[in-house]
Design a protein around this ligand. Structure first.
Ligand SMILES: [Zn+2]
Length: 82
């Protein structure tokens, strides 16, 4: 396997565990960035349905742990998903 950034072949493959809410698809920073520009629209389009889902669909929400393999370049420190 080659590093896509520096083409070095000294690449380490690691297993990482990721815990996340299954219904959550975006990071908090992304939501904050969106929030700056889309507060009223976001409120109508996302927050209200999210609140309704929270109230009525609470039992469907669960924490899912996924395992994925990532490669780490020993030369430049670049990481990427396999
Ligand atoms: Zn590299």
């Amino acid at each position: 396997m080659k590093c896509p950034r520096c083409q070095n072949e000294n690449v380490n493959v690691q297993m990482v565990s990721e815990s996340q809410l299954k219904t959550k698809h975006h990071g908090i920073i992304l939501w904050l960035l969106w929030g700056i520009y889309w507060v009223p629209i976001k409120w109508l389009c996302f927050t209200l349905p999210a609140l309704i889902l929270k109230i009525f669909g609470h039992k469907k929400q669960k924490i899912v742990t996924t395992h994925k393999r990532i490669a780490v370049c020993q030369n430049c420190g670049n990481t990427w998903n396999i």
